[in-house]
Design a protein around this ligand. Structure first.
Ligand code: SAM
Length: 226
């Protein structure tokens, strides 16, 4: 975990010896279940540390109050974030049962009391509307589609932290209509400062209430994106 610790130190991110142990345990749990659950193509230890752990924690300074991870998959970015932010309640949602089974298993093994898991499509979770200060998502959908999933969950003034890559500028441009429709504003595009990894974090603030008609059902956000 030296590389992870170096990144945390270099970016003044607080962590304890207990956290480092939990990251070791998370690596062990992933290695144990990855093939069985077909969770992630990234399995080599150095790659997991860089492309899953360091990448995930790069957004930690934006996480406050409570946090929803949409399409959490094998738990990224929310499991590493939940290890570091024990004062924040995390909810991980994924539409795939085997991912949810893994997330439940991992959270239990890591004794993460601040981590809950739900099996659902994000657009079907009507009871969680305007319930979160922070929403995170990585590798789930292009930004315009992601905004329709995410912005309804945010309280006014809350923030979406979208983990994006090489096409960030194009995605931000293409999301302008969705942002206007849904009441979001891009307040920052931050470089995650990970060596050899071009991660950008797009921070979107919910400036206005999202109209009730969003998110649309029947997979419309993907079929007919805003
Ligand atoms: N965020 C994880 C990561 O970066 O490693 C997983 C990324 S994986 C490529 C996309 C995940 O999003 C899948 O597990 C899929 O089931 C989930 N997903 C996609 N659309 C979703 C939706 N509308 N609601 C819930 N889960 C969704």
């Amino acid at each position: 975990m030296k590389k992870l610790e170096n990144y945390l130190n270099a970016n003044s991110i607080a962590y304890s010896a207990d956290d480092t142990e939990r990251f070791e345990l998370l690596y062990a749990v992933l290695a144990e279940k990855s093939k069985l659950f077909n969770l992630t193509a990234i399995t080599e230890r150095d790659d997991v540390i860089l492309k899953h752990f360091i990448d995930s924690v790069s957004g930690v300074s934006y996480i406050k109050n409570n946090c929803l991870d949409i399409g959490a998959g094998a738990g990224f970015p929310s499991l590493p974030l939940a290890i570091l932010k024990k004062d924040v309640d995390f909810l991980a949602v994924d539409g795939t049962q085997k991912k949810v089974d893994f997330l439940t298993y991992a959270a239990e093994k890591l004794c993460l009391k601040n981590y809950t898991v739900i099996h659902s499509r994000a657009e079907d979770m009507k009871d969680k509307r305007e319930s979160f200060y922070t929403v995170v998502a990585r590798a789930v959908a292009p930004l315009n589609i992601l905004c329709e999933y995410a912005l309804p969950f945010l309280q006014r003034g809350g923030r979406l932290v979208a983990y994006k890559g090489a096409k960030t500028a194009e995605e931000v441009d293409a999301a302008q209509n969705a942002l206007t429709e849904l009441g979001g504003v891009v307040i920052e595009v931050a470089d995650a400062k990970i060596e050899g990894f071009g991660r950008k974090l797009v921070i979107i603030e919910k400036a206005k209430q999202t109209p009730q008609k969003y998110p649309r059902g029947g997979n419309k956000p993907r079929i007919k994106p805003l």
